[in-house]
Design a protein around this ligand. Structure first.
Ligand code: COA
Length: 132
C-alpha cells in the first residue's frame, strides 16, 4: 500500500475484503459501477458483524454512502470495516473503501458508507445480538 495518509490503516487491523476490479464490474469505458462497490460494502459490513459476534445477519440500511472518487478496471480495491455502535439487535458499521491504481500505485479513499446489520433467527426475525 502507499503512504497516502488519506487512506485509513487502523493499527493491527486487517481489511475486511481486498479484490481486483475486472471488466465484468465496469461499464464500456472501464469505470466500475457504483452498485459493485455497494455490494462489496455490504459484504465488508457482514464480515465485521460476524467478527464482532458470529451469527446470522441481514442488512437493514445503508446510509451516508459517498462515492468520492472513481474506480477503474484493474484497480485493487480494499474495504475496511469498523463497528461504530452496537444496539440491542443491530450493529452500525462504517466501511471505508480505498482503491490502488495498478498504473500509478496511487492509493486513495474512493467511497465511505455506514451500514446497519440486524441479527436475525432462522425465520428472519430480529434477535438480541447477545442471544445464542
Ligand atoms: C431487518 C428486519 C428483520 C428488522 O425488522 P424488525 O425487527 O421488525 O425491525 P425493528 O424496527 O425491530 O428494528 C430492529 C433493529 O434494526 C434497527 N433498524 C430498523 N430500521 C432501521 C433503519 N432504517 N436504519 C437503521 N437501523 C434500523 C432498529 O433500530 C433496531 O436496532 P436495535 O435493536 O439495535 O435498537 C426486517 O426489516 C427485514 O427483514 N428487512 C429485510 C432485510 C434484508 O433482507 N436485507 C437484505 C436485502 S436483499
Amino acid at each position: 500500500m502507499s503512504d497516502n495518509p488519506a487512506v485509513p490503516r487502523p493499527p493491527g487491523r486487517q481489511p475486511a475484503i481486498r479484490v481486483t476490479m475486472r471488466p465484468k464490474d465496469t461499464n464500456a469505458f472501464g469505470s466500475v459501477f457504483g452498485g459493485v462497490i455497494l455490494s462489496l460494502i455490504d459484504e465488508a459490513a457482514f464480515v465485521e458483524a460476524v467478527r464482532q459476534s458470529p451469527r446470522r445477519y441481514v442488512t437493514v440500511a445503508m446510509n451516508k454512502v459517498v462515492f468520492e472518487r472513481p474506480v477503474q478496471v484493474g484497480d485493487i480495491v480494499t474495504l475496511w470495516a469498523e463497528a461504530l455502535a452496537i444496539g440491542r439487535t443491530s450493529l452500525r458499521i462504517r466501511v471505508t473503501v480505498s482503491s490502488r491504481s495498478i498504473r500509478t500505485n496511487e492509493d486513495v479513499t474512493v467511497t465511505t458508507a455506514e451500514v446497519t446489520m440486524v441479527a436475525v433467527d432462522e425465520n428472519g426475525r430480529s434477535v438480541p445480538i447477545g442471544a445464542g
